[in-house]
Design a protein around this ligand. Structure first.
Ligand code: ATP
Ligand code: MG
Length: 657
C-alpha cells in the first residue's frame, strides 16, 4: 500500500458522512432534493411517476384503491404484460441489437443475448409451454441455477400470464416439494446439473427425489447444462428443453393482457424463519416499482452495463437482475458461479472485461473480499464503475469503507438498500444523486415511503433511539397476500401496529431499527434476533458490528444460548481474516470491542472461531442453528442452507471446547 493510500484509509476511518461526487450528481437520473416533498404532497398520485416507466395496453383508473385495506390495489383496471414491457417495446424502439443479458458461466464460457435474441428465445419457450398445457394463472415452478434459461423461462411465463415460482437451486428436494405442493404447481422447469468450482453437480437426481413427494402429476422440462458430463435419462412427463425449442423454432406468442393486479410471480421466503411464506407480487405495481427504483436508486440507464451478483432464486435477482433493469432496457450481467473460482480475481475480472457501470452485491460478499485482501481488486481496472450497492443485511462501517475505497476508488456513491421479499423493491436507502451517505445507516425512507421507527405502543421514537421499523403507508411494490392464505398475510404483517377498527393499517416488517436526527435509519436486524441477558435486551447486530470492526475478524455471528443464571448468554462465532491467527489475542480484542461499544452486560460467554458460518441462499447467517448449538439443543432443519456441512463441524468444535 502506498503512503497516499494509507492516509486515505486513515481519513476514511474517521469520516462518518460522505457526499456524492459532483460528477455523479450531474449525470444522476434523480438529483433534485425537492423529490421528497413532491412525493409527500402528491401522495398517492406521485406513484404515477413509477407507472410511467411502463407501457400500458389499457390505462389504469385509479393509482390506489384502499377500500379493502390491507389488501391494497394499485393502478386499478390497468392492463399490461411484463414480458412485453421487458422485451417487445425495446425491440420496437430500436434496441434490437443492444445486449439484454450478458451471461458468463463458471468455466468461462460467455453468451450474449441482445433484446432481439431474448425476445425470440422467450417467444419460442412460451410457445413450448403453451403446447405443454400451461394456461394463464397456472403456477410454473423453476428450479434452476444461474443459467440463461432461467430468465428466459421467467419471461416466457410472464408472457403467458402464468405466475412463476423460482425455487433456489441450492435448496433441498424437500424444499422443492413443499413449495410445489403449496402452490399446486403442475409444471416444473429444471436442469440436469451445473458447475461449482469446476465440478459438475448433479441437480436432476435431487429434482426427481423432490418430485416423489409432489402430490399431483407434474410435467417437467429439463435444460441440458452439462451435456455429456452427466448421464441421466428422462422419465415419462419429462422433456428435453432443446428438443422442445427445436420443435418450436421461430414461433411466437402474443403477450397475454394482464390486469395490473394479476399475479406476476410467487416467491417463497424462508431464509431464516419457520414455514415458507408464498409472497404474491403483481404485474402492474411490482413492475412499476422495480423499474422506478432501478431508475432512481440504481441510477440505471439504457446504455449502462449493470451487474447484480445475487442469485435469481432470491428476490434481489427477480427485481434487480431481471425485471427492473430489463424494463429500463439496460444490459444486465449474469454470472453462474462463485466469486473465488478459478481464483479470487473473478468478480473484478468480470467488472473490468464488461466495463460494468453499476455493481450491486451483499455485505457477506464484501466481507469475504475484505478477508481475501485488497490485492485482488487492485490488479484490475475498475474505473468503469459509477455506483455501488449493497443489500441483504446491515453493512458495518468498516466493510462499507473498504468497499468505497477499494472497489469504488473513493468516487462512487454506495446505496445501502434495505428491503425485503415482501416489499418487492428498495424502501430505505439514499438517493445517490441527492443524499449524503453515512456508513452503517441505510438512509431515509425513499420518496413516498413512510418509514417510521416506533416504540412498543406504536409511538414514534426520538432521534437517537431504537425501536421497531414500520411502514405507515402502502406502496406499489408491496406484496398483496401470502398465497392462498390471506389470514396469515394479515397476521404476519398487519397486526402489531395497526388499528383495524379505525381502518388504520401499518406494515410491520419485523425488523428493529434506530433513527438519527437527520432521519437516517440504521436497521438492526430482525426483532426476534434480540438476546435477553439478565433482563437486558441486546441486539445481535450491534454486537456483531463491534466484533467485525476488529482488525483480523472477517465475519461474526452473535446469538443467545440458554444460560442457567442469566437466562440467555452471548455467544460469538467469528471467522478470522486470511492471515490472521484465531487465538487468545484475537478473542481478547473481540471481547474488548464488545465491552467498549455495548458494555459489560454483553460480555460473551464464549468466542468460537470457525472458517465458515451456516448461510442461507442470500448469504444471511442462519442464527437459529447457531443458537441450537450454543444451547446444546437438537439441531433444526438445514434444508434451506447453502452450506449445511458446516453446521456439524461447528457443533463438533463447540462440544470439544
Ligand atoms: P424470512 O423472512 O423467511 O425469515 P429473510 O427475511 O431472510 O427470510 P429476505 O426477504 O430476503 O428474507 O430478507 C429481508 C431481510 O433482510 C430484511 O427484513 C432485513 O432483516 C434484512 N436486510 C435486507 N437488506 C438490508 C439492509 N440493507 N440493511 C439491513 N438489513 C437488511
Ligand atoms: Mg423476512
Amino acid at each position: 500500500m502506498s503512503q497516499e493510500d494509507g492516509s486515505l484509509e486513515a481519513r476514511l476511518e474517521e469520516q462518518d458522512t460522505f457526499e456524492p461526487p459532483e460528477s455523479f450528481v450531474e449525470q444522476a437520473n434523480v438529483s433534485d432534493p425537492g423529490i421528497y416533498e413532491e412525493f409527500e404532497e402528491n401522495w398517492p398520485d406521485c406513484w404515477e411517476r413509477a407507472a410511467e416507466f411502463l407501457d400500458w395496453e389499457e390505462e389504469y383508473d385509479d393509482v390506489l384503491d384502499e377500500s379493502d385495506a390491507p389488501s391494497y390495489q394499485w393502478f386499478t383496471n390497468g392492463k399490461l404484460n411484463a414480458s412485453q414491457n421487458c422485451l417487445d417495446r425495446h425491440v420496437e424502439d430500436g434496441a434490437k441489437n443492444r445486449a439484454a443479458i450478458k451471461w458468463e458461466g463458471e468455466l468461462g464460457e460467455t453468451r450474449t443475448y441482445t433484446y432481439g435474441d431474448l425476445l425470440n428465445e422467450v417467444n419460442e419457450f412460451a410457445s413450448t409451454l403453451r403446447d405443454l398445457g400451461v394456461e394463464e394463472d397456472d403456477v410454473v415452478t423453476l428450479y434452476m441455477p444461474m443459467v440463461p434459461e432461467l430468465p428466459i423461462a421467467m419471461l416466457a411465463c410472464a408472457r403467458l400470464g402464468a405466475p412463476h415460482s423460482v425455487v433456489f437451486a441450492g435448496f433441498s428436494a424437500d424444499a422443492l416439494a413443499t413449495r410445489m405442493n403449496d402452490a399446486d404447481s403442475e409444471y416444473l422447469i429444471t436442469c440436469d446439473g451445473y458447475y461449482r468450482r469446476g465440478d459438475a453437480l448433479d441437480h436432476i437426481s435431487k429434482t426427481n427425489e423432490g418430485l416423489e413427494d409432489v402430490e399431483h402429476e407434474t410435467t417437467t422440462v429439463v435444460v441440458d447444462r452439462l451435456g455429456d458430463a452427466l448421464e441421466h435419462s428422462l422419465s415419462e412427463n419429462q422433456h428435453d428443453y432443446d428438443e422442445l425449442i427445436d420443435e418450436h423454432a421461430g414461433e411466437s406468442v402474443e403477450p397475454v393482457s394482464r390486469d395490473a393486479e394479476d399475479m406476476l410471480f410467487l416467491m417463497y421466503t424462508s431464509g431464516t424463519t419457520g414455514k415458507p411464506k408464498g409472497v404474491k407480487h403483481t404485474t402492474g405495481g411490482y413492475l412499476a416499482y422495480s423499474a422506478w427504483t432501478s431508475h432512481s436508486v440504481l441510477d440505471l440507464k439504457p446504455e449502462d452495463t449493470y451487474w447484480c451478483s445475487a442469485d435469481i432464486g432470491w428476490i434481489t435477482g427477480h427485481s434487480y437482475i431481471l425485471y427492473g433493469p430489463l424494463a429500463l432496457g439496460t444490459t444486465t450481467v449474469m454470472y453462474e458461479g462463485t466469486p473465488d473460482y478459478p481464483d479470487k480475481n473473478r468478480f473484478w475480472d468480470i467488472i473490468e472485461r464488461n466495463r460494468v457501470d453499476v455493481f450491486y452485491t451483499a455485505p457477506t460478499a464484501i466481507r469475504a473480499f475484505m478477508k481475501w485482501g485488497e490485492q485482488y481488486p487492485a490488479q484490475h481496472d475498475l474505473s468503469s464503475l459509477r455506483l455501488l450497492g449493497t443489500v441483504g443485511e446491515p453493512i458495518n462501517p468498516r466493510a462499507w469503507k473498504w468497499y468505497y475505497d477499494h472497489i469504488g476508488g473513493g468516487d462512487c456513491p454506495i446505496v445501502d438498500t434495505w428491503w425485503q421479499t415482501e416489499t418487492g423493491g428498495h424502501m430505505i436507502t439514499t438517493l445517490p444523486g441527492v443524499c449524503d451517505m453515512k456508513p452503517g445507516a441505510a438512509g431515509p425512507g425513499l420518496p413516498g415511503i413512510d418509514a417510521q421507527i416506533v416504540d412498543e405502543a406504536g409511538e414514534e421514537v426520538d432521534a437517537g433511539q431504537a425501536g421497531y421499523l414500520t411502514v405507515q403507508k402502502p406502496w406499489p411494490g408491496m406484496l398483496r397476500t401470502l398465497y392462498q392464505n390471506d389470514e396469515r398475510f394479515v397476521n404476519e404483517y398487519w397486526t402489531e401496529y395497526s388499528d383495524p377498527e379505525n381502518d388504520e393499517w401499518v406494515y410491520f416488517p419485523e425488523d428493529g431499527a434506530k433513527i438519527d436526527e437527520d432521519g437516517y435509519i440504521t436497521v438492526l436486524g430482525r426483532v426476534d434476533d434480540v438476546i435477553n441477558v439478565s433482563g437486558h435486551r441486546l441486539g445481535t447486530m450491534e454486537i456483531e458490528s463491534a466484533v467485525v470492526g476488529v482488525e483480523g475478524v472477517a465475519e461474526a455471528a452473535v446469538v443467545g444460548g440458554d444460560h442457567e443464571v442469566k437466562g440467555e448468554a452471548v455467544y460469538v462465532y467469528a471467522i478470522p481474516e486470511d492471515g490472521s491467527e484465531p487465538g487468545a489475542e484475537l478473542e481478547e480484542k473481540a471481547i474488548e470491542a464488545i465491552l467498549d461499544s455495548i458494555g459489560p452486560i454483553a460480555k460473551p460467554e464464549e468466542v468460537i472461531f470457525t472458517h465458515e458460518l451456516p448461510k442461507t441462499r442470500s448469504g444471511k447467517i442462519m442464527r437459529r442453528l447457531l443458537e441450537d448449538i450454543a444451547s446444546g439443543n437438537e439441531l433444526g432443519t438445514t434444508s434451506t442452507l447453502r452450506n449445511p456441512e458446516v453446521v456439524d463441524e461447528i457443533a463438533e468444535q463447540v462440544n470439544e471446547d
